[in-house]
Design a protein around this ligand. Structure first.
Ligand code: FMN
Length: 223
């Protein structure tokens, strides 16, 4: 019996960060816990800080004159280097933080489009009883629009000021759910490296009649 051929002998690489600039951020702590669980599972972890990706408000004129700012360039660089990402994002007013959407908008200006084809797991922590889960549904939308493969399961930690203590989730059942969500996601991301999808291009402005003047098409590079 022959050993199955794989597309890569390298280790899965996962970018992980909390989408909050706050020093005492609950989401930063949840991201750190995800990084520990991921690293123990096998992949190489690139554990980033939101501050690495900080950018001024998107301005099309500034883009023309000064180009894409450093924070978005850094997120692009680290996205290109990873197979998958895990983001722990706060919920602001029932949605994703404007600061993070702004980073995504700047980063989406690169071609090839850096989110395209990356597998993503979304998680949140909030003092509320909802755990910030509504914000993740909002975050899912631009990321999927940009071609990321967002994992169907999401993890939202409710009452995180009480349930996330010393960087860990003391409740055994919650912690087991957290671990299994992270591990199941990493298994899928690993499997996807060996079974690349058939998608050939990322096309913006889906639904409009094809029009070279309006469409921006990134052919998927052969791999
Ligand atoms: C502008 C603003 C809006 C917020 N809106 C919500 C909300 O809609 N739902 C929620 O669960 N928490 C909301 N919060 C509370 C945040 O979940 C809480 O501050 C959380 O700790 C922020 O994440 P971080 O600790 O990672 O910075 C809001 C906080 C701010 C500052």
């Amino acid at each position: 019996m022959t050993t199955p051929q794989t597309t890569s002998q390298t280790t899965l690489k996962v970018l992980i960060f909390g989408a909050s600039l706050r020093a005492d951020s609950l989401n930063r702590k949840l991201a750190a816990l995800a990084a520990r669980v991921a690293a123990a599972t096998g992949p190489t972890v690139d554990h980033a800080e939101m501050r690495n990706f900080d950018v001024p408000s998107y301005d099309g004129d500034a883009e023309k004159t000064a180009g894409i700012p450093t924070g978005a360039t850094e997120l692009r660089r680290r996205l290109i280097e990873c197979d998958a990402f895990i983001i722990a994002s706060p919920e602001y007013n029932g949605s994703m933080p404007g600061m993070f959407k702004n980073v995504i908008d700047w980063t989406s200006r690169f071609r090839p489009q850096p989110f395209d084809g990356k597998h993503g797991l979304l998680m949140s922590a909030s003092p509320s009883m909802m755990g910030g889960n509504r914000g993740l549904w909002a975050l899912r939308m631009p990321l999927e629009h940009l071609g990321a493969r967002i994992y169907p399961d999401m993890f939202s930690l409710a009452q995180a000021h009480k349930t996330l203590l010393d960087g860990d989730i003391p409740d055994a059942a919650l912690r087991a759910r957290f671990d299994s969500t992270v591990r199941a996601f990493l298994s899928l991301a690993e499997a996807a490296r060996h079974y690349p999808c058939l998608k050939r291009a990322w096309v913006e402005f889906l639904g409009q009649p094809p029009d070279p003047a309006a469409d921006r098409v990134d052919p998927v590079s052969a791999s």
